[in-house]
Design a protein around this ligand. Structure first.
Ligand SMILES: Cc1ncc(COP(=O)(O)O)c(C=O)c1O
Length: 297
C-alpha cells in the first residue's frame, strides 16, 4: 500500500495514508471511520486504494469486507485494487464486491514472465477515466479500450507474453478455477504448517494469512544471510523481508505453477539448510506437517 500512496502522490493526488501494523490485515471499521473523518472535513475521497494481497508481509486483506465498508461511507468513490499477487490465485468477485479497478501482473498467478499488466474497470471507473485530468500517456485506459474494439493495442505490446498468457489461461481453465484456488489454499496451508512445525514463528495474522505467499520470522541469533546461503546452495530461492523487516523475515512464494509436492520439497530443504546454519530443528516434523495440512484443505 505504500507503493500505491507513492504512485498516487506522483500523479498529483492528495493522499491520506491509513496505516496498520505489518502482518495485520486492514480493519474495515478503521477504514470506514477514516473515510467518515475525511468526509467531515469536506475531503471525501475520490478513490480508495487497497492492496488485496500484501506480498511483502504475506497478508490477504478482507477485500469484500473492506469494499463494503468503503462503499457504505463513500458510495461514489472509486475502489482501486492492487490485485497483483492475488488475482488468479484466490477468489475475487469484482462485480459482487463492487470494485472499480483491479490490476494484476503476468509474472504472478499467471505463471509467465513479467512484462504485461492486466486491468479490469467498472462502469464507474470508465466514466471517471473519460473525464480524469491526471497526466497519462501509455496507460490511458480509454485509448486502450477504444482500439481494443478493433482487436488492437494503442502502442507496441509485449506480443510474446500474450501468446504465453493464452497458453497459461488454457492450462488454468482446464484445471478449473475452483481447483486452482484450492491448490493455492493447499500450498498456503502446507507452507504454514511446515514452517510452524519446524519452530518458525509465522509473521502474518493467522486469520488473514495469504495463500500466495507465506512469511515467517528469522529465528533469534541466526543471520538470514547465513540461512539463505545454505538454501541457495541447495537450489532453493526464497525472498527475504522488505523495508523495516529486512533481515528479520523470509518468505516462501507459492503462486502460479506450484504444487503441494513443491512446498513439501521446499520445507525439506529449509529443514536441512536452516539446520546447517545452526537453527535447532527436529528432523522430519516439518515435511510431515506440510503434507498432512494440505490434505485437510
Ligand atoms: C502487491 C504487489 N503490487 C505491485 C507489484 C509490482 O511491483 P513491481 O512492478 O515493482 O514489480 C508487486 C510485485 O511484486 C506486488 O506484489
Amino acid at each position: 500500500y505504500m507503493r500505491d500512496a507513492k504512485i498516487a502522490t506522483v500523479y498529483g493526488a492528495d493522499v491520506t495514508m491509513l496505516e496498520f501494523d505489518w502482518g495485520k490485515a486492514a480493519d474495515a471499521d478503521a477504514v470506514r471511520d477514516a473515510i467518515g473523518a475525511l468526509a467531515t472535513e469536506g475531503k471525501s475521497p475520490k478513490a480508495v486504494l487497497v492492496t488485496f494481497n500484501e506480498t511483502s508481509t504475506g497478508v490477504t486483506n478482507p477485500m469484500a469486507e473492506l469494499a463494503a465498508a468503503i462503499r457504505a461511507e463513500a458510495p461514489d468513490t472509486l475502489i482501486l485494487v492492487d490485485g497483483v499477487s492475488a488475482v488468479g490465485a484466490m477468489p475475487l468477485e469484482m462485480d459482487a464486491w463492487d470494485l472499480d479497478v483491479v490490476i494484476t501482473g503476468a509474472q504472478k498467478a499467471w505463471m509467465i514472465p513479467p512484462g504485461l499488466a492486466m486491468a479490469a474497470a467498472s462502469d464507474r471507473a470508465w466514466t471517471a477515466a473519460e473525464s480524469a485530468t491526471m497526466p497519462r500517456f501509455y496507460f490511458d485506459l480509454v485509448k486502450h479500450r477504444d482500439v481494443l474494439s478493433k482487436g488492437q493495442t494503442p502502442w507496441t505490446p509485449a506480443v510474446g507474453i500474450f501468446f504465453q498468457l493464452e497458453a497459461a489461461l488454457t492450462l488454468m481453465e482446464a484445471e478449473g478455477w475452483d481447483n486452482v484456488f484450492k491448490r493455492h489454499a493447499a500450498c498456503g496451508a502446507s507452507a504454514r504448517a511446515g514452517l510452524a512445525a519446524m519452530g518458525f514463528d509465522l509473521f502474518a495474522d493467522g486469520a488473514y494469512a495469504s495463500n500466495s505467499v507465506t512469511s515467517a520470522l528469522v529465528p533469534e541469533g541466526v543471520e538470514w544471510s547465513v540461512i539463505n546461503k545454505e538454501l541457495r546452495a541447495r537450489d532453493l530461492v526464497l525472498a527475504g523481508g522488505q523495508g523495516k523487516m529486512k533481515g528479520k523475515l523470509f518468505r516462501i512464494g507459492h503462486l502460479g505453477d506450484v504444487s503441494v509436492d513443491d512446498i513439501v520439497s521446499a520445507i525439506e530443504v529449509i529443514e536441512e539448510g536452516a539446520a546447517a546454519a545452526g537453527v535447532p530443528i527436529e528432523r522430519g516434523v516439518g515435511p510431515a506437517a506440510a503434507r498432512s495440512a494440505a490434505q485437510e484443505v
